[in-house]
Design a protein around this ligand. Sequence first.
Ligand code: GDP
Ligand code: MG
Length: 370
Amino acid sequence: RGTMTVGELAKSLHKDASEVIKKLLFLGVMATINQELDLDAIQLLASDYGVEVELKIPVEEDKFENFEEKDDDEDLQERPPVVTIMGHVDHGKTTLLDAIRKTNVTEGEAGGITQHIGAYQVETNGKKITFLDTPGHEAFTSMRARGAQVTDITIIVVAADDGVMPQTIEAIAHAKAAKVPIIVAVNKIDKPDANPDHIKQELTAYELVPEEWGGDTIFCNISAKQRIGLENLLDMILLVSEVQEFKANPNKRARGTVIEAELDKGKGPVARVLIQHGTLKVGDSFVAGVHFGRVRAMVNDKGKKLKEAGPSTPVEITGMTEVPQAGDPFLVFEDERKARAIAEKRAITLRQSEMGANSRVTLDDLYKQI
Ligand code: GDP
Ligand code: MG
């Protein structure tokens, strides 16, 4: 991508254009006076003249926040909570996710055939809950490292026959850092050596104190394997949601986060996206990370084709030429041209930030310094 022409560069270096062209030729770059130079060439040339150049793409231009349509309070509507399950290995996360998924397959959903799209939704008491079933720790560490916050509530699973373990502590730390409310699920209460009170006792050291002991942390005794206490756990999730009042505006262009993505042999690049604001529609043009696309097809976690999907809905979409990354922001634009331009700009910014942290200045700064 061009940034400034040979003529402009020569001028800002107070050199003759012909001299600059010669120099460029010497450096292996063929250029005419009106040709736009890429950043590498500019840097090469400047360093040859002994001038230090810093390159920066104006960060504001690139931030997705700037494209967000602002909401008025009355635009906001209740949305399902997005829940992550975390905890130490073998304490029962996968068993719990599977058990919850099975408890709530509503009739008529193609015999309950679910497909893995990185997240699923269940319905309880007429309300939906979205569960991320990407491994909780990964969802947190890789996505949070990339600035994505997708979780509203974290369930920390602790096995009642074991105790607080390193990954339990890590999970608590992650949830607290992200300021996400925690519900403790004390699992495996069916086991003869289960001691739920011991778990409660241990967790007080991490400021997770049950209500009956004067704290405000919700503890649920469950058996994921025997499916004991699951309804209560779902009720508690809804209770926390009511208190927190999770809301979003469904009446605008969609915005969300890629939770998983891969290259499918048949379908090409697929992205599993959690819609967080607005409504995604088939045909929408979007940017996912540094790639752009147009929603060709969209399915939910039950394999059902959707025409549109609102806040807190996980969907699998096709219609990209490249595979984005988990944690990538996802944003719909008014048309394909805009989406393409933004994606290209983001790709350049990424490339430049990879070139080094101190190579981030604007073109204005470039003029100023020389
Ligand atoms: P993860 O590593 O946290 O995902 O744990 P898993 O869900 O894979 O469970 C680890 C083991 O504990 C498996 O053998 C499960 O069958 C078993 N398990 C999970 N939940 C329960 C439970 O409520 N009761 C009993 N007895 N075993 C359980
Ligand atoms: Mg597991």
